[in-house]
Design a protein around this ligand. Structure first.
Ligand SMILES: *Cc1c(COP(=O)(O)O)cnc(C)c1O
Length: 364
C-alpha cells in the first residue's frame, strides 16, 4: 500500500498526460509557454478570483506574496505554531519576525481567539494555514485584520479545492497561496505553486518579483527571484484539474470510510458545518501513536507524522523570543497525530485494511 498513490493516478489519466507533456516538448516552449497563461485562467476560474499566478512552488508563492506586501526587517507576521516550516520560514527569510499563535484542538488551525494578544505596533499581517485540507476561520481572521489594519494571507498549500462558507479556498483573503507539490491534493510532476488575488496592484507586484523584478526585458526595478513555473508542469496540471473535483469526492468518501471504522478508537478530524475539506491528509490523534505507527509499518502500511515539532520549537527559530515558550495544543498534537494513507483514488478495501490494523494495534 502507498501513502499517496501517484502512480495509480498517472495510469488513470496516462494518455492525456503523456500527450500534454509531449505537446510542450514539441513546441519547446519550456518557459512561459502558452499553457502557463491557460493554467492561470483555469486556476483563477476554479478558485473564483481575478488573478492566479503560476509560480515555482508553494514556498515561493508565500515568499512572493510577502514581497508584494513589502514585508521586511522589523515587521512581525502572525503565524500558527503548528504547520509546515515554509509558512513561517519565508517570514524569517525576509528578516521579519514570525510571531506564533497556538492552534485550535478542533480543526488544528490558528486559534483566532488567541491572536489579539499577539498583535503589536510592528504587526503587519497574519498568515492563516488551511491545515490538512480544511480552511481556517477566515471570516474571523479578516475581521481582526480590518480592526487592526493588517492583511491576511491564506496558506492554502493543503486546501486547494476546499470551501469555506461557500467560497473556495484561496479566495477567502486578499492574497492566498497554494502548492502543487506532487502529494498535495492537486499535484504536478515536480515543484509548482500559485498566488491568488483580486487586487490588480498586488498581482502586478507578484509578477514583477516572480520575474527578477523586471519591468521591461533586462530592466530591473526590484530585487526579485526566478519564481516561474515550468510549462510542462502547467500542461500536466491542466489535465489533472479536469479530474480534480472527482478526486476530492473520493477523498471525502474515504474520510467517511475512515471515520465510521475508527469511531471511538481515536480522536478523529472534525469538519465544521460550513466547510468542505479536501483531505490533503486524514490525520487522527492517538495517545500511543508511536506504537500504532510501528505496528502499521510492520504490516506494510505507511503513515506519516504531520508534524513532529511545533514550529516555535524548530532549531531554525531558536533565536526568536517564542522559542521554548509552550504552545499547548501544538505540543499535544505533535506527540499524538498520525496521518493515514489518503489520495484521490484510494479504495474502500484499502481503508478497511488500514482500519483493521489500527484496531488490532489498539487491542494488543
Ligand atoms: C507543502 C506546504 C508548503 C510548501 O509548498 P512547496 O510547494 O513544497 O514549496 C507551504 N505550506 C504548507 C502548509 C504546506 O503544506
Amino acid at each position: 500500500m502507498q501513502f499517496c498513490d501517484l502512480n495509480r493516478q498517472y495510469v488513470a489519466y496516462q494518455s492525456e498526460i503523456d500527450a500534454a507533456i509531449q505537446g510542450v516538448i514539441n513546441t519547446a516552449s519550456f518557459i512561459n509557454g502558452k499553457e502557463i497563461g491557460l493554467l492561470e485562467e483555469d486556476l483563477a476560474q476554479y478558485a473564483g478570483v481575478k488573478h492566479a499566478l503560476a509560480v515555482s512552488s508553494g514556498t515561493s508563492a508565500l515568499l512572493l506574496a510577502l514581497l508584494a506586501y513589502g514585508v521586511g526587517p522589523g515587521d512581525e507576521v502572525i503565524c500558527p505554531a503548528y504547520s509546515f516550516i515554509a509558512t513561517a520560514s519565508m517570514v524569517s527569510f525576509l528578516k521579519a519576525t514570525p510571531v506564533f499563535v497556538d492552534v485550535s484542538p478542533l480543526d488544528f488551525n490558528i486559534d483566532v481567539s488567541k491572536i489579539e494578544e499577539a498583535i503589536t505596533s510592528q504587526t503587519k499581517g497574519i498568515i492563516g494555514v488551511s491545515l490538512f485540507g480544511q480552511c481556517a476561520d477566515y471570516d474571523g481572521l479578516n475581521a481582526l485584520a480590518s480592526k487592526y489594519g493588517l492583511w491576511v494571507i491564506e496558506d492554502g498549500a493543503q486546501s486547494f479545492g476546499a470551501t469555506n462558507n461557500g467560497r473556495k479556498s484561496c479566495s477567502c483573503t486578499e492574497m492566498a497561496t497554494t502548492s502543487f507539490f506532487p502529494a498535495k491534493p492537486l499535484g504536478c510532476y515536480g515543484d509548482g505553486g500559485a498566488v491568488f488575488t483580486n487586487d490588480d496592484r498586488l498581482a502586478d507586484l507578484v509578477k514583477m518579483y516572480r520575474g527578477h523584478g523586471q519591468s521591461a526585458r533586462y530592466y530591473h526595478d526590484k530585487i526579485g527571484i526566478n519564481g516561474r513555473m515550468d510549462t510542462i508542469q502547467a500542461a500536466i496540471l491542466r489535465v489533472k484539474l479536469k479530474y480534480f473535483d472527482e478526486e476530492i469526492k473520493n477523498r471525502q468518501a474515504a474520510s467517511e470510510w475512515y471515520s465510521v471504522r475508527l469511531h471511538g478508537l481515536a480522536m478523529l478530524p472534525i469538519v465544521a458545518e460550513n466547510k468542505k475539506n479536501t483531505w490533503a491528509q486524514f490525520t487522527i490523534a492517538l495517545d500511543n501513536r508511536d506504537e500504532v505507527k510501528k505496528y502499521l509499518a510492520d504490516k506494510g502500511i505507511p503513515t506519516a507524522i504531520h508534524y513532529p515539532l511545533p514550529l516555535p520549537r524548530q532549531k531554525a527559530f531558536a533565536d526568536l523570543p517564542s522559542y521554548e515558550k509552550s504552545f499547548e495544543v501544538s505540543e499535544l498534537l505533535s506527540q499524538t497525530v498520525l496521518s493515514l494513507p489518503m489520495h484521490g483514488l484510494i479504495t474502500e478495501e484499502e481503508v478497511d485494511i488500514v482500519c483493521k490494523a489500527i484496531t488490532e494495534a489498539l487491542n494488543q
